[in-house]
Design a protein around this ligand. Structure first.
Ligand code: GLV
Ligand code: MN
Ligand code: MN
Length: 397
């Protein structure tokens, strides 16, 4: 069994729902603690030094980035969306350890300090802000705002961090950690079918679409479902229904994407007209202006303001780095590896925005499905990803 297969099997049961087969790996929970312990164990088993940063991200170093750095860092995240797939995040972390094993086995230890990163709360599934760990690290998320974010139970991030044994007061931009990172490279399962169309197991990212999350709070008046005449109702669900179907039409008009995937209804009773509904809008597209236009139109249809919970501007990855990797990972006939944009957000995008030379590798996903238990990558393609990552590390270090 390869080290990749062994690690993959170790992680498979952690946070897996027996009813859906999907993963529920939310930040600062006991499941998250198990994943962090796993990361530390794998790192220490390879003789790496594990250093947490002020934002709760974990860094495992081979070599000393303070004395001989800055280093090359590879890695991704271990948390998931609700009922997510096995690959989004863990593929990048497991492949990072496996690539180091491959390099060591052929006596090709990196000459430059090599870090393996595990970012905290990438999906923002619990506290709502995507890439919370990397945003805190780079200063893109204000620590006071982060500490006050709440989950669906009303637990603040500060309380969750404290329960997990982390010092919530330490949250904040971490220049000492950032100074160690000369280059960041994240391998990720593809969340689309471009590599299927290109008949290639591995590709290189060009860019990330601008994207964000907005909260819409609509208020009405609670009343009896069986006795309140239609004309007398103040039902916020109706305005929300109009806004949701309008979001689809607006996205089509602007060549963008819009999704309402999470709702909170109060009081949430079958026979009660809601007093309040809250919906979260995820909007993305090739152009920032079009994304902003969709959000404005949806807010107007809902008759309320759209409160921005997170925003990531358009990301163009470092062009020389991207071209170098595409050349190094070509098919051997002189053709470079495919280069593709994505609509998915990543910690790599946040580091890139903070000025770190950054690149991403994608591993083919046969159906393109992601954020779903059906997310998949064939074992042979995962191993091709590990080999590509090892080649990339050799080329960059
Ligand atoms: C992260 O996976 C995102 O794109 O929402
Ligand atoms: Mn994801
Ligand atoms: Mn991811």
């Amino acid at each position: 069994m390869s080290s990749f297969e062994r690690m993959w099997a170790d992680l498979a049961p952690v946070g897996r729902s027996a009813s859906t087969g999907g993963y529920r790996r939310f930040a600062w929970t006991t499941t998250d603690a198990t994943l962090r312990e796993w990361f530390v164990g794998e790192a220490q088993g390879r003789g790496l030094d594990v250093v947490p940063d002020r934002a709760g991200n974990l860094w495992a170093w081979s070599g000393d980035p303070d004395a001989d750095g800055p280093g090359l860092v590879v890695g991704s995240h271990l948390d998931s969306v609700p009922d997510g797939g096995a690959f989004d995040g863990p593929l990048g972390v497991v492949s990072a350890f496996a690539a180091l094993d491959e390099l060591r086995a052929r006596g090709s230890a990196p000459r430059r300090p090599l870090g393996i990163a595990c970012f905290a709360d990438e999906e923002g599934a619990r506290f709502g802000v995507a890439c919370a760990g990397s945003r805190l690290l780079t200063g893109a998320l204000d620590p006071d705002r982060a500490r006050a974010l709440t989950d669906d139970q009303g637990t603040t991030m500060a309380e969750a961090l404290s329960s997990a044994g982390q010092d919530a007061r330490a949250l904040g931009r971490d220049d000492e950690t950032l100074r160690r990172v000369g280059t960041f490279l994240e391998l990720h399962v593809e969340q689309g079918r471009a590599l299927v169309d290109a008949a290639a197991p591995v590709g290189v990212a060009s860019s990330i679409w601008p994207h964000g999350r907005w909260r819409l709070d609509l208020r009405g008046r609670a009343d009896h479902a069986g006795t309140t005449r239609l004309a007398d109702r103040d039902d916020p669900m109706l305005a929300l229904a109009t806004a949701i179907s309008g979001a689809r039409a607006s996205a089509e008009r602007h060549g963008a994407l819009a999704t309402v995937g999470k709702l909170r209804v109060r009081p949430n009773g079958v026979n009660a007209i809601p007093s309040e509904v809250t919906a979260w809008l995820d909007a993305r597209g090739p152009s920032e202006d079009d994304v902003r236009a969709v959000v404005a139109e949806v807010a107007a249809a809902a008759g309320t303001a759209a409160a921005e919970e997170s925003w990531t501007a358009s990301t163009d990855f470092d062009v020389p780095l991207r071209d170098r990797l595409a050349a190094v990972l070509g098919d051997g006939t002189g053709a470079p590896a495919p280069v593709l944009p994505t609509g998915a957000g990543h910690d790599a995008g946040i580091l890139s925005a903070a000025g770190v030379p950054t690149a991403m590798l994608f591993v083919r996903n046969p159906t393109g499905v992601s954020h779903s238990p059906a997310e998949h990558a064939e074992p042979g393609d995962c191993l091709a990803g590990v080999a590509a990552l090892a080649r990339a590390i050799e080329a960059l270090s």
